[in-house]
Design a protein around this ligand. Structure first.
Ligand SMILES: *Cc1c(COP(=O)(O)O)cnc(C)c1O
Length: 298
């Protein structure tokens, strides 16, 4: 698959951006790669349904609903929290035919337990299981192809890290020489290192996780981040997403400003997609404003 590369410069430091947001046959960004071999396995093993887990605004649910529909597989989404018929992500996945099943946050913590999965099999019949965020060995294999067609050689590569699946895939790219940094978008993600080592145990590439740019935690609202994203879009005509790539681009430009990324280095940032997140973001912020206003009225 051809993935375009954008070339920008910040304070005279050239930075390339791999545009997964512009590739993926409608399944945006890294989720295309995470799902690719899982879909193949589901079809080869004659499954008729995919079941997965996610938050109500999740890019993963969005991608699975679309991918399942395209592949002719039923999709079941186990969603954390309560139903909200106005949530744009839930509206979209329903339109794709995804069956949604809502469970409490507490119940959700059991998502990997065998007894809970058996319970789900009793309700829904047999299914091909995709874990939360879609991260699995096959997802890592798919993500090890993200850089496959790149001709340029980079000293440093920066990508967003949620569950660590994409980072594990990137560092598994055959022949890769770059130093890879995953910018964690989660607060307190101390076990992420271990997770990535488990997913990619035999790599020679140098890599690290940077925990300095979660900006309050997963999908947290920060006006500093929003201002940065607006500036970035105006300056470079490229829109990051609010949950993942906004933080990566912020991090890289901040490190350039601070002299932590130096001009002798050739840099690549990965735009891993996720633009559907804006619908949820706008909806949540409007919702927050409504709550604040009704608070004032009371
Ligand atoms: C899901 C997602 C990620 C995180 O990928 P992990 O494999 O969970 O680390 C990064 N960027 C975007 C846009 C995503 O949708």
């Amino acid at each position: 698959m051809h993935i375009p590369v954008s070339h920008i410069a910040y304070k005279e430091q050239p930075v390339d951006i791999l545009r997964l947001d512009m590739a993926g046959d409608g399944i945006s960004g890294n989720k295309y790669f995470k799902l690719k071999y899982n879909l193949e396995a589901a079809l080869e093993n004659n499954f008729s349904a995919l079941l997965t887990f996610g938050g109500a605004f999740s890019n993963h649910l969005h991608a699975v609903a679309l991918a399942g529909k395209t592949a002719g597989l039923r999709t079941i989404g186990i969603v954390r929290g309560e139903d909200d018929p106005l949530n744009p992500t839930l509206q979209f996945v329903r339109q794709q035919g995804m069956h949604l099943y809502f469970i409490s946050r507490q119940h959700y913590t059991q998502k990997n337990s065998a007894s809970f999965l058996n319970e789900l099999r009793e309700i829904f019949g047999d299914f091909y299981l995709l874990p939360e965020g879609g991260t699995s060995d096959l997802a890592v294999k798919g993500c090890s192809e993200i850089l496959a067609d790149m001709e340029d050689v980079y000293d440093e590569i920066y990508c967003a890290t949620g569950t660590g699946g994409m980072l594990a895939g990137i560092i598994s790219t055959p022949g890769l020489q770059s130093y890879v940094t995953g910018i964690s978008v989660l607060k307190g993600s101390g076990s992420l290192d271990k997770e990535v080592k488990k997913l990619a145990p035999h790599v020679n590439v140098k890599w690290q996780i940077n925990n300095n740019y979660h900006m309050g935690g997963y999908a947290k609202y920060s006006s500093e981040l929003m201002q940065f994203i607006q500036w970035f879009r105006t300056e470079y005509n490229i829109l990051p997403d609010p949950v993942y790539t906004g933080k990566v681009f912020y991090a890289v430009l901040d490190m350039i400003s601070k002299g932590l990324i130096t001009k002798d280095k050739k840099i690549l940032m990965i735009h891993s997609g996720g633009l559907q997140g804006w619908d949820g973001w706008n909806y949540r912020c409007a919702d927050k404003m409504r709550q604040e206003l009704s608070g004032i009225k009371q």
